[in-house]
Ligand binder design. Sequence first.
Ligand code: PMP
Length: 345
Amino acid sequence: MRDLQALTRPNIWNLKPYSSARNEYSGHVAQVFLDANENPYNAPLNRYPDPLQTELKAEIARRKQVLAEQIFLGNGSDEAIDLVYRCFTNPGEDNVVAIEPTYGMYRVCADINDVEYRPVLLDHDFQLSADRLLAAADNYTKVMWICSPNNPTGNSMNRKEIVRLLESFDGIVVIDEAYGDFSAERSFRLDLNKYPKVIVLNTFSKAWGCAAIRLGMAFADKGIIDLFNKVKYPYNVNLLTQREAFSILQRYEQIDEWVDVLLKERSRFIQEFARLTCCDKVFPTDANFFLARVTDAPAIYSYLVGQGIIVRNRHRVSLCADCLRITIGTKEEDDALLDALRNYQ
Ligand code: PMP
C-alpha cells in the first residue's frame, strides 16, 4: 500500500509554505495590527481575511458532522479539483482514471497540469464498473475521479462499486458530491475515518443557492487537508464569501426547503417533459437537473436559444448523443420551456 507521502509529489511533500502575517500571530489576543501593511481605515474590508476560515469551518463541521480539520474551503470546488492534481500528480509522468462522461473540469485540470487523463465509459445505464476503472489503472495512477450524482447524467453511482474501488484502489479516490444534497444516498464524507484516502467534494453553488460567492468544500483526512492548505493561495476565500457562507448556514432550514421544493418540481417537470413529442427518453436523476434524449438535440437547443431559453446541449459528449441537460428552475421557468417545446416542430 502506498502511504500519503508516496502518493504526494515530492516537491509538495517537502514544500515550506508561505507564512502569512495572519498565520504567524495566531493563538494570541491582539488589538493592534501593524503586521500586514494594511490600511488602518475602511474597516472591515481593510483587513486580510482569516487564511484558514476558522469560524466558518467550525460551523460547517457542526452541520456536516465532520471535524474542522477534515475540511478544506476553496474558491469553488474547482479549486480543490486543481489542488488534487497539484498535490498528487507528477506532470508528464502520472495519470488519473475517471468515469466518462462526467464533469469536464477533471479533464481540463489534467490537461493544465500535463497529466494523462484516462476516461472509462460508464455502461448504458450510466453506471460505473469498479473492475473496468481498476483495469485502466497502473502504477502511475494516482487518482480516480467519481462524480455522484454524476454530471451530466444525473444518476448516483452504485454504492457497492464505489466501496469496492475505495477498498481496492491504492491511491486517492475523489467522490464529487456537488449534487449530493438532492440525493437520499449517504454521503461518503461520513466515512472519512474508514477511508483515509478518499476526498469528498461538495459546494455552496447548488442546493445552497450561493454559486456567486464561489465557495467549495473538500472533506478528507487531516493529512490531505494539510497538503491542500500548504499549496493554496494564502487568502483564497475572501471575507465577503466567508461572511455570506456563515450567514446561509444559520438559515439551514431554508436550504432543506429549497431542496424539497426542487425535488417536487423535478417530478412534475420530468413528467410533463416526457410527454413532449420531441422527447425520446428522460434518464433517472438524483440531482437538480435531468438528462433527456430528444429527437434532435442541436436543433432543439438552437430553437430554445431563439426563444430566450438556455439549456445545456450535451450532444457531443460520450454516450449522450442527442441529449440535453436541463436544470430544474422555478415552476414558471420550467413551464416556459415546456410551452416553447409544445410549439416546436
Ligand atoms: N462538480 C460538479 C459535478 C459540478 O457540476 C460543478 C459545477 N457545475 C462543480 C463541481 C463546480 O462547482 P463550484 O461552483 O463549487 O466550483
